[in-house]
Unconditional design. Structure first.
Length: 171
């Protein structure tokens, strides 16, 4: 992969992939959101160790969220859809505002991106808004048919002390 020169078409593709995922979360289009992930996708939200340092190894350090496969994300969706998750009743309304998608590396089979975002989350139970400041890091890979899928997503939650539930859809 190379990050020397990024073609405009590559940047447009990267932006579309990141924005499509955010839109699926906001619309609670769970099947479509899950379909964006590879079977072996890693979904990780590292914890903060110090003022400006997050954990770097989810296998040996604390994480806010850590999943090692799409199946684990499917299980989380299943709990939401079953309405057995009390903290998700009712689900908050979200708006993911993603800006400045950057392509860190690009090749014919892989694409790495970074993007800052703000996630507005409205809790309908308490009529209270919450705002999460995040940085997304995506690694996309082509499947056998040439479709781009998320191979790994890392979310750095800047304001990790929030008076709200932190879950995959709220950050």
């Amino acid at each position: 992969m190379s990050s020397v020169h990024i073609e405009p078409a590559t940047l447009a593709l990267a932006s579309e992939l990141v924005l499509a995922e955010a839109d699926s979360l906001d619309r609670q289009a769970w099947a479509g959101w899950l379909a964006m992930y590879r079977e072996d996708a890693r979904f990780w939200v590292p914890a903060w160790i110090e003022e400006h340092e997050t954990t770097c190894d989810p296998d040996t350090q604390v994480s806010l969220i850590y999943h090692t496969s799409r199946w684990e994300l499917e299980e989380r969706i299943g709990r939401i859809q079953s309405r057995k998750s009390i903290v998700a009743l009712p689900l908050p309304r979200t708006l993911h505002v993603v800006g400045g998608v950057r392509v860190l590396a690009a090749g014919p089979e892989a694409l790495e991106t970074s993007a800052p975002a703000m996630v507005y989350c409205y809790d309908v139970r308490t009529a209270s808004p919450n705002l999460a400041a995040v940085r997304y890091e995506h690694r996309f890979a082509r499947d056998g048919g040439g479709k781009w899928l998320i191979a790994a997503k890392t979310i750095v939650l800047v304001n990790d002390r929030m008076p709200a539930v932190v879950d995959f859809y709220t950050i």
